[in-house]
Design a protein. Structure first.
Length: 322
């Protein structure tokens, strides 16, 4: 293995009354004390992270298409970034949000995990947001921090539309970009936003029992490829009844976890618009994934893609214009 939005009504996932948020824990109460101590430290100068702090670096640079959910108004954070901060306050981790790729040239020791909502070749300047590029060294530093140092990685939606592999677009690629090799799958294309079903294939993942056997959600669903055989799939995209040529394929993984060296990796294809980011089910999926990468919980990581989505990988994938 190599190293590396139908604007629509806010849809509620149909799983009965919907799950409540994960139960607050001692870590939530601890965060109040940590936040107060952090404010005092800010008065004295630069804050130095203590061992008990958990920091999530949220990277939202767009070298390709910029999703409205991360678009900023001046210095104000985008909707997804603010939602991450809310989840951090609720579950006891601090979020540092940036679009500046140069941050990866510095020491990453202060961060426990990374969250990516990115597009395109991040080694180039942001096409839509003008954000500074990540350097090749910065990319290596990121991957090393995960693989060697055991830091976590969480990707949502377009994190798989980042650092594409060379080769034929509508087929799996023998040589995959190092970042894609780390993530465990890659964006292929998408069709029109629509309601579709996510099938839960592992309800033992911490905090997931309220999801039952699955749920329906309105999102812009990604068609994916280049699945690593060692991923542990949590959600499968049910394609039966979906509209659009790109979805005329057997069910395939949509949310998974895996280890990349010493680091924990979690990806979900969900997360296109504000309606999804406001949804209780999506927030449960995302927050539990973040907490797992921060080592707050343990989970089954045994490879299961061949069992739960045996026909996910194709010789050629259906194409079509988004």
């Amino acid at each position: 293995m190599s190293e590396a939005e139908r604007e629509g009504n806010s849809e509620r996932a149909r799983i009965g009354s919907g799950p409540s948020a994960p139960t607050e824990t001692a870590s939530t109460r601890r965060e109040v004390l940590v936040g107060f101590a952090g404010a005092l430290a800010a008065l004295a100068g630069p804050r130095v992270a203590r061992a008990r702090d958990r920091r999530l670096l949220a990277f939202t640079k767009s070298s390709g298409f910029q999703h409205p959910v991360i678009r900023r108004d001046g210095e104000a954070l985008g909707f997804a970034e603010r939602t991450l901060e809310d989840l951090g306050r609720k579950y006891g981790f601090e979020v540092v949000a940036t679009k500046d790729g140069r941050i990866f040239d510095r020491s990453l020791d202060d961060y426990d995990a990374f969250f990516f909502y990115t597009t395109g070749d991040l080694l180039t300047e942001g096409r839509a947001d003008g954000s500074p590029a990540m350097s090749a060294k910065g990319k290596r530093n990121l991957l090393k921090a995960i693989r060697k140092d055991g830091k976590g990685f969480v990707g949502s939606h377009c994190a798989s539309d980042t650092f594409h592999s060379a080769g034929e677009h509508n087929a799996d690629n023998a040589e995959r970009d190092e970042y894609i090799a780390m993530l465990g799958g890659e964006f292929l294309t998408h069709g029109a936003p629509q309601e579709a079903r996510m099938r839960v294939v592992d309800s033992t993942f911490p905090g997931w029992r309220p999801l039952g056997e699955g749920f329906e959600l309105h999102d812009e669903w990604y068609s994916l490829k280049n699945f690593d055989p060692d991923i542990h799939v949590l959600l499968v995209q049910e394609t039966d009844g979906m509209q659009g040529a790109v979805y005329q394929r057997p069910p395939y993984p949509a949310t998974w976890l895996r280890y990349y060296g010493a680091g924990r990796v979690f990806y979900t294809s969900m997360g296109h618009g504000e309606d999804v980011w406001s949804n209780d089910v999506f927030q449960r999926v995302l927050s539990t994934g973040i907490l797992w990468t921060l080592r707050d919980s343990e989970a089954d990581v045994s490879p299961n893609v061949k069992r739960v989505a045996p026909r996910a990988s194709l010789e050629r994938y259906p194409s079509g214009n988004p």
